[in-house]
Write a protein that binds this ligand. Structure first.
Ligand code: 57M
Length: 357
């Protein structure tokens, strides 16, 4: 909105020219998201507590989680507001990718919201049936895939570390997009089991994709780096910036010991947004590296369940992986910070692939 209101004023004063720059608007999207989180965060946490939206802790998990009973959840509502409002303020709202990202985030957030609401407010321990949850995720991801396919989006996928190797997927790009979005959404959800464990790597991944959106959306830089240029994709830098700011703002409250959990409303939405950013920047495969922590957490569950079914034995003391370290006696903050450190290293390697090809 500010972009549309203020940029045209450059005719009267050159100072308003600054509103055309993606870099300027991104910085202010980050700042707005942070400020918004700080201002409305305490209010939302109080409201969630008053509405008794407190977490029920499973009794079969690591014992150090029992003291977390009653911590308000559904803090993802705060994250979503702090992403969407700055995006609406600072982005060019005639850009269809901006609306696509807003739609995915709110759509997946709505699935998580219904699930959380059934669990914590209506005290229905099952929440949304897993099959229904998955079906709705598929519907939203299919919407993105079909939209991109029929609007002529580039259906070739770049292979990291190789300069001119691309896989032309054609119509197979549709199931590929669905896999990336649904996979990312669920992987972030599985990771969200310790204070700040999911939001830390989300900040790092969103910052990495903030860089990619800018570079792939800039024709000169994209040509120079020989990466796929995405016309109009640069505008998503503002969305990614808002995601960084909102996630940092949430970490303020979710850092150990957490005052609030994000709930599925946050984890499903953030994962899906990340997957969609990877798709629009044409850096889909690189998400395996940038979101490496989420991938490893999801794989730990797949291997654990597979091993138990096939051999009747577990690989880890408990899956997802963070539970394994907890049961090995690592203090919670140590696991969290070590996962962040690994996430930073993975993102740096991912960024280096821009040159390392
Ligand atoms: C959600 N939810 C957290 C909070 C958060 C297939 C199986 C692996 C599924 C998995 C599962 O249910 N995962 C999805 C995990 C829960 O957090 C809530 O959920 C939201 C995210 N969706 O925002 O609202 C608990 O996590 C802790 N937490 C924090 N700080 C945070 O900032 O401490 C969350 C956020 C919270 C809190 O304690 O209550 C969760 O872990 O439940 N299931 C599991 O993870 C279970 N694993 C398991 O059964 N493993 C088996 C098999 C199936 C692989 C095995 O290894 O043999 C464990 N989960 C728990 N206890 N809690 C089992 C023991």
């Amino acid at each position: 909105m500010l972009y549309h209101l203020l940029y045209p004023l450059y005719k009267y004063h050159t100072v308003f020219n600054v509103f055309q720059y993606i870099t300027f608007r991104t910085i202010y999207a980050v700042v707005t998201a942070l400020l918004l989180s700080f201002i409305i965060g305490p209010y939302i946490i109080r409201k969630l507590s008053a509405m008794q939206i407190g977490q029920v802790i499973r009794k079969d998990g690591p014992a150090n989680h029992f003291i977390k009973e009653g911590t308000p959840t559904m803090g993802g509502v705060l994250i979503l507001l702090a992403i969407i409002i700055p995006t609406l303020l600072w982005a060019n709202l005639t850009n269809s990718y901006v609306w696509l990202l807003i739609a995915v985030t709110l759509g997946l957030g709505a699935i998580g919201f219904v699930d959380d609401y059934k669990k914590v407010v209506q005290k229905n321990s099952k929440g949304l049936l897993p099959g229904h949850k998955f079906l709705w995720q598929l519907i939203i991801a299919s919407g993105v895939a079909v939209f991109l396919y029929f609007t002529g989006f580039n259906t070739s996928v770049a292979v990291p570390f190789f300069k001119n190797v691309v896989i032309p997927l054609g119509w197979l790009y549709v199931p590929f997009v669905i896999l990336v979005i649904v996979g990312a959404s669920n992987a972030v959800n599985l990771t969200d089991g310790l204070d700040g464990l999911a939001i830390g790597p989300i900040i790092i991944a969103a910052a990495t994709y903030m860089l990619f959106t800018y570079l792939t959306g800039h024709v000169k830089i994209a040509n120079y780096l020989q990466i796929m240029y995405v016309p109009k994709g640069g505008e998503l830098t503002i969305f990614a910036g808002a995601m960084v700011g909102a996630s940092l703002g949430f970490l303020w409250f979710n850092s150990y010991p957490a005052q609030v959990f994000m709930g599925d409303v946050g984890s499903l939405a953030l994962g899906g947004a990340l997957g969609t950013l990877a798709i629009i920047t044409k850096q889909e495969i690189l998400l395996v590296l940038v979101g490496g922590i989420f991938v490893v957490e999801a794989l730990s569950v797949i291997f654990q369940v597979g091993s138990f079914k096939l051999r009747g034995k577990r690989i880890f003391k408990m899956a997802p992986l963070h539970h394994h370290f907890e049961l090995n006696g690592w203090p919670e903050p140590k696991i969290i910070v070590r996962f962040w450190i690994i996430s930073i290293i993975l993102s740096l390697i991912a960024i280096s692939t821009l040159k390392l090809r």
